[in-house]
Design a protein around this ligand. Structure first.
Ligand SMILES: [Zn+2]
Length: 127
C-alpha cells in the first residue's frame, strides 16, 4: 500500500505549526486538501505538498450552539467552509469575527489554533 503524501495527522501538525498546506498531483496538477490516496482527476499517486497562502472567503458556515463534549463551554462558535484563493476549500473554525458579522463571501485569513484535539486546529480570522 502506498503512503499518502501527507497524513491527516501530519496535515494538522503543520497547521498547528502555522502552515496550511495542500497537495498537488505531480501527474495532472490537481490541487487537493490531504489526505487523498488517488488523484480524483487522473488516479495517479503522485502527490507533492504545496503550501497555501491562507487567504480565502467564506463559502458557507454554521453556528454551533450545542457543542460536542470536547468543546463544551465554547459555544456558540462558527465553523466555515473557506474557499481558498488557490482553488481548494477547507473546513475551519472562525475566530475573532462576531457571529452576527459572518456572511458568505466574507474575506478571511488562516490562523493556526492551539486546540486540544488536532482536528479542530484550522482557524480563520479577519483578513
Ligand atoms: Zn492527477
Amino acid at each position: 500500500m502506498t503512503e499518502p503524501a501527507i497524513t491527516v495527522r501530519a496535515f494538522f501538525e503543520r497547521v498547528r505549526a502555522g502552515q496550511l498546506v495542500a497537495i498537488r498531483c505531480g501527474s495532472c496538477g490537481e490541487l487537493a486538501i490531504p489526505p487523498k490516496a488517488l488523484c480524483p482527476q487522473c488516479h495517479a499517486r503522485a502527490w507533492q505538498t504545496q503550501p497555501l497562502a491562507g487567504d480565502g472567503t467564506i463559502a458557507s458556515y454554521t453556528v454551533i450552539r450545542v457543542a460536542p463534549r470536547a468543546h463544551a463551554g465554547e459555544a456558540p462558535y462558527a465553523l466555515a467552509v473557506v474557499a481558498l484563493k488557490e482553488g481548494v476549500s477547507v473546513l475551519g473554525r472562525i475566530v475573532d469575527i462576531p457571529l452576527e458579522k459572518l456572511a458568505v463571501g466574507l474575506s478571511v485569513r488562516f490562523r493556526p489554533l492551539i486546540a486540544k484535539d488536532l482536528t479542530t486546529s484550522v482557524g480563520f480570522g479577519p483578513a
